[in-house]
Ligand binder design. Structure first.
Ligand code: IP8
Length: 251
């Protein structure tokens, strides 16, 4: 059995973060072409100017609370809409994507192990499960934003992918933000400077790095690459080390 590749497409790659509800179709299509050559594969995507735009408008966060129910609908539907763009692009590129909203395999923020196993089985059988950050029910009137980065850790823990790739709109982790000095390799306990990094509703780059460290601590290598140069995703998926930051899995 070949272990799957797990890829997160960050919102900064698949949408224009400074323009509400604007998908970066060109970037999505280019990434889809690359992903069509990767199998088995599981894809997670972020919210960018869809989910994050509405989460800010409705003041919704990762903290479980009784948020405006209308906001819950709007945020969720915006993610479904973005997911449709991605899935349709993947179909056009020749992949067999299968969209799964997080509540199919989670209860609140907790994984449903038998359901995640099915995701693995689907990937083995030639489908590409595609899930995304979303707003999820936490019980009663409470809801919470579950980020795609948190889903990455959850899926990595259960599926033990051969490669874990985070695609963002930057080349990787920088040692020094001002000098833009890229860290090509680091351990999950390495120091990272965050001062200049803007956080979004779910924590932006800081959360990504935290989740990458978590996954690396479980023994898997994590590659952070620039998704606007999709060949780097292909190289990382194919076992090469492209321009980017490799967070070495703890052995
Ligand atoms: O972009 C959050 O997912 P992320 C999705 O992976 C929403 O943090 C609904 C804001």
């Amino acid at each position: 059995m070949k272990r799957p590749v797990l890829v997160k497409l960050g919102g900064s790659v698949i949408t224009f973060k400074d323009r509400p509800l604007a998908a970066n179709i060109e970037a999505i299509d280019r990434i889809s072409s690359v992903l069509a050559g990767v199998s088995p594969l599981v894809v997670v995507h972020g919210g960018g100017s869809f989910g994050h735009y509405w989460s800010v408008k409705y003041d919704m966060h990762t903290k479980p609370a009784a948020y405006d129910p209308h906001g819950v609908s709007v945020v969720h539907e915006s993610m479904v809409a973005l997911n449709q763009v991605i899935v349709n692009s993947m179909i056009k590129a020749g992949s067999n994507p299968y969209a799964l909203a997080p509540p199919v395999f989670t209860s609140g923020h907790r994984p449903l192990p038998s359901k995640i196993k099915e995701i693995g089985a689907m990937a083995q059988a030639g489908m590409t499960p595609v899930t995304y950050g979303d707003v999820v029910h936490m019980g009663g009137k409470k809801y919470s934003i579950l980020s795609g980065d948190a889903l990455m850790s959850m899926l990595a823990r259960a599926l033990r992918p051969s490669k874990v790739i985070f695609a963002t709109n930057v080349d990787g982790i920088y040692r020094d933000m001002k000098a833009k000095e890229l860290v090509s390799e680091m351990r999950p306990d390495g120091k990272v400077e965050f001062s200049d990094v803007l956080a979004d509703v779910t924590g932006g780059m800081q959360r990504k790095v935290r989740e990458a460290f978590k996954i690396a601590s479980l023994g898997m290598d994590v590659m952070m690459v620039n998704g606007l140069v999709p060949e780097r995703i292909a190289e990382a998926a194919g076992g090469k080390t492209p321009v980017g930051t490799l967070v070495r899995g703890r052995r």
